[in-house]
Design a protein around this ligand. Structure first.
Ligand code: GDP
Length: 328
């Protein structure tokens, strides 16, 4: 929530500026022009929602719900419509409650359970190259460290030497522990060593940054499954989180990637990066709705402090709020 002195909220609002200008600005314009909600207004609203990259299904669902609320509430006034839409988007962004027998479970859900006392929590960071995995791993490490919990960053991307070098720079900056493998080595061996090292050093969490080259997709997915298995054999319930990182600027492509990963490894939550600098922030609504996975964190910049736990209410508030608008 936004009680943390407003610093993060201001940052989030600044990060969502382009999406807000497009989405809320566009909706307001469509509504103002006609002063009420009729078919033509709804069509214009549809275009705006699609333009903000909610995706076809989420856009339809939002507008269907808007029609339903307007028809049960009498005349569709412009202001009323915007308030309804705000509530609808907030609801769509809430983590989905899994009903028995509803969405099919991912084939390889991480086994339930928490680590035993004194054992590290294991978090796998997955996603395609360039989406912001390494940066997110470092930002998360910094968050844990700030809370007084020792973190260990593990570079399980053994393909790109640059990946380990990049993580090493972050590691020094964050001041946490660090484990890297040898070039071309087995990523699950890196995770094995990382967990052993975290145990020995009393770390609370292992954050494993994984490879993301999609052109050899099959091997990558097999490799990720192996990493998960190895972690699970070492620590009860591991991996405790599998965070799929998605780049908001890629809009609907993020969704296609997410489906791939969700099917191959038991993704437990999403991280949406680069919300700053894109007008496609509406993709947040699309991914949550389409994937049935909770959005856990959002990234709005390249700095260590530019990651925050996602909160649907705060997100929509930041999206619609123009109060104190300032150019970042
Ligand atoms: P990886 O290949 O998935 O590990 O991606 P990186 O962590 O190397 O990030 C790729 C680029 O995206 C880097 O230049 C990061 O600084 C940048 N980046 C990551 N997260 C964010 C974010 O939330 N906002 C912005 N503007 N840039 C980001």
């Amino acid at each position: 929530m936004s009680e943390a002195g407003g610093g993060w909220f201001r940052k989030l609002r600044a990060g969502l500026r382009k999406t807000r200008e497009h989405l809320v600005g566009g909706l307001e314009e469509a509504l103002r022009r006609r002063g009420r909600v009729d078919d033509e207004t709804l069509e214009e609203m549809e275009e705006v929602l699609l333009g903000a990259d909610l995706g076809v299904a989420a856009t339809q669902a939002a507008l269907d719900e808007l029609r339903r609320r307007l028809s049960s509430g009498g005349e569709g006034k412009a202001e009323e419509a915007l308030a309804h839409l705000r509530a609808i988007l907030r609801e769509m962004l809430q983590p989905p409650a899994r009903e028995a027998g509803s969405a099919p479970p991912a084939p390889l859900e991480p086994p339930p359970g928490e680590p035993r006392a004194g054992e590290p929590r294991v978090v796998l960071i997955v996603g395609v190259n360039g989406v912001g995995k390494t940066t997110t791993a470092a930002k998360l490490a910094a968050r844990y460290q700030a809370e007084g919990q020792r973190a260990l960053l593990a570079c399980a991307d053994t393909y790109r030497a640059a990946a380990a070098e990049q993580l090493e720079v972050w590691w020094r900056r964050v001041g946490c522990e660090f484990v890297r493998g040898t070039g071309g080595g087995d990523p699950s061996a890196v995770v094995y060593d990382a967990i052993a090292s975290a145990r020995a050093k009393g770390c609370a969490v292992v954050l494993a940054d994984t490879a993301g080259r999609l052109h050899t997709r099959r091997n990558l997915m097999e490799e990720l499954r192996k990493v998960a298995r190895v972690a699970g054999a070492q620590v009860r319930g591991a991996p405790h989180e599998v965070l799929l990182v998605l780049d908001a600027t890629t809009g609907q492509n993020a969704l296609a990637q997410a489906r791939l990963f969700r099917e191959a490894v038991g993704v437990t939550g999403l991280v949406l990066t680069k919300l700053d600098g894109t007008a496609k922030g509406g993709v947040a609504v699309g991914v949550v709705r389409e994937l049935g996975l909770p959005l856990r964190y959002v990234g709005v910049g390249e700095g260590l402090e530019d990651l925050e736990e996602f909160d649907a209410e705060e997100f929509v508030e930041a999206l619609f709020s123009r109060e104190g608008e300032s150019t970042p």
